[in-house]
Design a protein around this ligand. Structure first.
Ligand SMILES: [Zn+2]
Length: 271
């Protein structure tokens, strides 16, 4: 069965936090495309602009960053996402610092996502030919440390209230993962959009057509499942269905009524 217990789960708001341009397209763009088609609003947060990822000695880092940011925006638009935020940390040496955690808490409190998607900070060795990029681990670690518990603690980073940003607890966290997956999203209907998005990263793709590689990976993950192509995730549920229905991401008592008071409201009592 795909999509966990929810047959076709479509969150309202999705915040995606990764290290570099093209991380989203390799990891989760099929799922995002599916959710956006279903009515979700999505925003991407890029910790770096991937500026050391272009092997051209004639380009400055600033020029490379501009190219990669433009490619990332085109890739986002290919799956119906218009909001891309660049934090512009130095590519290649990203660290999971308190400064980054606070920035991500700010972004979470600003966008108030139902679902946060990020990378797996525990993935070091993948298969037999790949060591996971330290920036991926740093971005994933910082995103997880920001979403829980920091973003939902009103007394932590309280100064963000001056920006109108209050504590927010996200409903579910989707960590892109093969090894630790517990949720499998059927992307059969959006894999072509995923590939079209990936192809926007022209500085990385060159003349290479990623279609066979991407379909091969997605089919490999679908083995034994009732789907042709899959993206897989470790999903952590931070708020129950009941809590989310009652409070969304609000944590303060004034914003999140106790179950009793809602029962009163339903029976017509004034509040
Ligand atoms: Zn990357």
């Amino acid at each position: 069965m795909t999509d966990g217990k929810n047959q076709v789960y479509i969150p309202e708001r999705v915040l995606v936090i990764v290290a570099h341009p093209d991380d989203i397209e390799f990891g989760m763009a099929g799922t995002i495309a599916k959710w956006v088609r279903g009515g979700a609003q999505a925003r991407y947060i890029l910790c770096t602009s991937g500026q050391v990822g272009i092997k051209d000695p004639n380009l400055t880092l600033e020029e490379a960053a501009t190219i990669r940011e433009e490619e990332q925006l085109a890739a986002a638009q290919a799956v119906g996402v218009d909001e891309v935020v660049y934090l512009r940390y130095q590519d290649g040496i990203l660290e999971n610092t308190l400064a980054l955690r606070k920035q991500l808490v700010r972004e979470i409190r600003r966008f108030r996502p139902e679902v946060l998607i990020t990378l797996d900070p525990t993935a070091v060795f993948v298969g037999e030919n790949y060591i996971n990029h330290p920036d991926h681990r740093a971005a994933g670690g910082a995103a997880l440390d920001a979403v829980f518990p920091a973003a939902g603690m009103p007394a932590l980073f309280k100064e963000l209230e001056a920006e109108g940003l209050t504590a927010h607890e996200t409903r579910k966290v989707y960590v892109s993962s093969w090894q630790h997956a517990n949720t499998f999203v059927d992307i059969t209907e959006t894999i072509d959009l995923k590939i079209a998005a990936l192809r926007q990263h022209k500085s990385q793709m060159g003349d290479w057509d990623p279609t066979d590689r991407i379909k091969g990976w997605a089919a490999e993950r679908a083995k034994g499942l009732e789907a042709q192509y899959i993206e897989s995730f470790r999903v952590i549920t931070l708020r129950t269905d009941e809590e989310w229905a009652r409070c969304k991401g609000h944590v303060l008592p004034g914003d999140c009524p106790e179950p009793e008071s809602e029962a009163e409201a339903l029976t017509g009592s004034s509040r």
